[in-house]
Design a protein. Structure first.
Length: 118
């Protein structure tokens, strides 16, 4: 019974491992092709990594801009709320003043109508 190992199935050892007696040598052209393939995959992996790094940097920048915008909006909202409180107090004071004027005018009318009846 003979064992056949295709070049694709051959394992390339590294370090101090000894080759087995039954190991089939892998042709140099196959090793070169595999090396080229691995180099290509490494290059593609590095390109993907760099692209992801750029996307992450872009996302961080958008996040920073959004946080700054949120801070500005919160500040503006606080200013608007303070202005609304001042206006509400002014309107309330004006209403109280107008109610006092109306009350005095009604009193004067009541006195005037009482005096005209006499």
């Amino acid at each position: 019974m003979s064992i056949f190992i295709s070049p694709m199935m051959a394992v390339i050892g590294t370090g101090g491992k000894k080759e087995s007696k039954n190991a089939v040598p892998v042709p140099e052209s196959e090793l070169k092709r595999r090396n080229d393939q691995l180099e290509k995959e490494l290059k593609e992996s590095k390109e993907r990594e760099e692209q992801m790094r750029r996307q992450l940097q872009s996302a961080w920048e958008r996040l920073r801009v959004a946080e700054e915008a949120e801070e500005r909006l919160c500040s503006q909202l606080g200013e608007l709320e303070a202005e609304a409180v001042y206006q509400a107090r002014d309107y309330h004071d004006r209403i109280v003043s107008l109610m006092d004027q109306l009350s005095r005018a009604q009193s004067l009318l009541h006195i005037a109508s009482s005096n005209s009846l006499l």
